[in-house]
Design a protein around this ligand. Structure first.
Ligand code: PRX
Length: 650
């Protein structure tokens, strides 16, 4: 709970301007309170009404069945199709020729699709999947750059009822293999490459490597490759096919598969506090209802908005707030392929000016990087089109919040700091931009239907400002329904910490005297590096899988840009030297095992790691060492006190 000291002293607050409030969907505390009250007192009435705004193929009989808690069933008996919610419903009216996706590649190429065009492209894509024998219920892995075909691939799976499992393009071959095997995927959709920092990321090669050693990933019968960068790729006859070749052979007529509300829409793997990533399972009806409403209300969406969420579709933010939520609302979404500083550190601001972006949703890590790159890159661009800013993925420090508000938002745009998780599917806590006087660093209030509570370590409710463990009391439509193939772990991880089927997200929180929530960071062994979730144990197992390593412990240390940075403590096999070369070798090994995003920022070598007499590594102590703090904790249980002095370099 590292943030608690600075946020306790933050008492500035920023109400929305009268101009913003005048046009906002929600513009007063009373209006928010009234709907919030109803959503808590009568969740079925509230969510039932919201759900009726979506196009159902068959109506639902019951809004919520919680009788088998924590297994929730929402909108039972109802049938719908997520791609039809995103596309078909907009075709009849004024949105038919509205831009759905406005995409810009890193080299500056621009392509846009109207709703009619996107619908046609998705139907064609879906027919290509069918032609390759992919059926309802099959799992399809997607490992792609941020190109429009990524959104199409996702929606095409949804259209035919195949379960997509998107793997972020920064993961390594062995991470792909693990996810493909765990989900027993029968196909992988990829691209020859994508542009990142002026270079081609050869994604198809990584997929080939992932599949090269067979194993259970031998069940993959199709690798469908979209052509983007035109770099040469390896080819396995029979298994591999070019998207553009098959697309030319199919038509664009593909009726949406009627899906049960509780049919799985997708899996998305995320790190937990143990070594193995979890396949978080989301279903169709509840997820669509949740992402539809949160997008509309939190971003105060208007028909003429040009909305840009800068996340990658490989993460939950991209699923919910690039693809499903915005398209379900008929929004115009900007999508950008590349790095924020390519070819210059003002690329984001150039994109906003060029495309007239009105709503920007990005991560604190990016904001802090832009602050460091300098105001001059912002000053070159007219950001007057912006009206609303969002933040997601990690706690935002007040300094970055104020810079975002003043420098990017011109002091006029409200900021919505949205707290949520892969597991929650959609935004859980946030201000409403036309309602709340926002405090820098606070995610403010629960969204409709969300009933949070803070407990101390004994499970007693914390009523004052002290802070403790966050829990959620009621089920909500877009909540996860399980961990793929591991129902026991699902119960154990999320539902067993507190009595009475309360959801435990693994975050600490504090509620101030005004009822505003401050997220204090993870309370488990999960790190948040640049808004990316990583498990310390996963990185430790990657390190110890290297023959030179005897033992490893990984902790996070505070970092000005990335929020947390990975610090690894390693003891090497006898006779080996912990020098810069060894550090490079081990960092490269972690990148190979997991992906570059998991590479430690620092590796410290020691003959032994600090342990209790019963043999447990003392992580709290290592966290202090990593942060350069004086070790103040009680070290009397430490087996060998001199270890600490050595680690501190004394
Ligand atoms: O610790 C919280 C942090 O990110 C975690 C969820 O990570 P992930 O599943 O990858 O989803 C990220 C995008 C929703 C949470 O447990 N987190 C997310 N948003 C915030 C946040 N911490 C503080 N403030 C936020 N707005």
């Amino acid at each position: 709970m590292t943030q608690i000291d600075n946020v306790l002293h933050e008492n500035r607050s920023f109400p929305p301007s009268e101009e913003f409030r005048a046009k906002a969907r929600y513009s007063s505390e009373e209006q928010y309170e009234a709907d919030y009250r109803r959503s808590i007192d009568d969740p079925e009435g509230f969510w039932g009404d919201v759900a009726l705004e979506l196009p159902w193929i068959e109506p639902f009989d019951q809004v919520l069945d919680w009788s088998d808690a924590p297994r929730a069933q929402w909108f039972t008996g109802g049938k719908l199709n997520a791609s039809a919610v995103c596309l078909d419903q907009h075709l009849g009216g004024a949105r038919a020729n509205k831009t759905a996706i406005l995409w810009e590649g890193e080299p500056g190429d621009v392509v846009s699709y109207t709703y009619t065009e996107l619908h046609e492209a998705v139907c064609r894509f879906a027919n290509v999947l069918k032609k390759r024998g992919i059926q309802k219920g099959d799992r399809v892995a997607i490992y792609m750059p941020m190109i429009p075909e990524l959104a199409m691939a996702v929606l095409a799976c949804a259209r035919i009822g195949a379960i997509h499992s998107v793997i972020f393009g920064g993961f390594s071959a062995s991470s792909i293999r693990d996810r493909v095997e765990d989900g027993a995927c029968s196909a992988i959709i990829t691209a020859d490459g994508g542009w990142r920092r002026g270079k081609v990321l050869a994604l198809k090669d990584v997929v080939d490597e992932a599949l090269s050693e067979g194993g259970a990933s031998g069940g993959v019968h199709t690798v469908l490759t979209v052509r983007r960068t035109e770099n040469p790729v390896g080819w396995t006859e029979g298994r591999d096919c070019w998207y553009h070749e098959l697309a030319a052979e199919v038509d664009a007529d593909c009726p949406p598969e009627p899906m049960d509300a509780e049919d799985t829409l997708f899996l998305l793997y995320t790190s937990g506090s143990t070594g193995k990533p979890k396949g978080i399972q989301h279903t169709t009806g509840g997820y669509m209802v949740g992402t539809y409403l949160t997008t509309q209300v939190v971003f105060d969406l208007r028909e003429d908005d040009v909305y840009w969420c800068t996340a990658d579709v490989g993460w939950i933010t991209g699923h919910s707030y690039i693809v499903y939520g915005p398209l379900a609302n008929g929004a115009t979404c900007v999508m950008y392929e590349g790095a924020p500083n390519q070819p210059h550190p003002g690329r984001f601001w150039e994109l906003i000016e060029k495309h007239g972006v009105t709503v920007l949703y990005t991560a604190p890590t990016a904001i802090r990087a832009f602050m460091r790159w300098g105001d001059e890159h912002v000053d070159k661009h007219d950001l007057g089109s912006l009206r609303l800013l969002g933040s997601v993925g990690e706690p935002i420090n007040p300094e970055a919040w104020i810079w975002y508000r003043n420098k990017i938002g011109g002091g006029r745009c409200p900021i919505v700091d949205t707290w949520w998780q892969t597991e929650t599917g959609g935004i859980m806590m946030t201000p409403l931009p036309g309602v709340h006087a926002t405090k820098p660093g606070s995610c403010m209030k629960p969204f409709f239907g969300i009933d949070p509570v803070v407990f101390d370590s004994d499970g007693e409710e914390v009523t004052g400002e002290g802070g403790g463990y966050l829990a959620i009391r009621k089920p909500w439509p877009s909540m996860l329904r399980g961990i793929w193939g591991d129902s026991e772990r699902f119960r154990e991880t999320y539902w067993s910490r507190f009595e009475g089927n309360l959801y435990f997200p693994g975050d600490g929180a504090r509620v101030d005297a005004d009822g505003c929530t401050w997220i204090l960071g993870r309370v488990d062994d999960v790190l948040n590096v640049s808004g990316h979730r990583l498990s310390t144990m996963e990185i430790e197992s990657a390190l110890v899988s290297h023959p030179s390593v005897c033992e490893a412990a990984v902790v996070g240390r505070p970092d000005e840009i990335t929020g947390q940075a990975i610090c690894a403590f390693v003891s090497l096999a006898a006779g080996l030297e912990g020098d810069a070369d060894m550090e490079a070798v081990l960092a490269a090994h972690v990148a190979k095992e997991i992906g570059k995003l998991a590479r430690p920022a620092e590796i410290r070598f020691a003959d032994a790691l600090p342990k209790t007499r019963s043999g447990k590594i003392m992580r709290r102590l290592l966290r202090d060492v990593a942060a350069g703090k004086e070790v103040t904790q009680d070290t009397t249980t430490l087996e060998d006190v001199s270890v600490i002095e050595k680690l501190q370099g004394r």
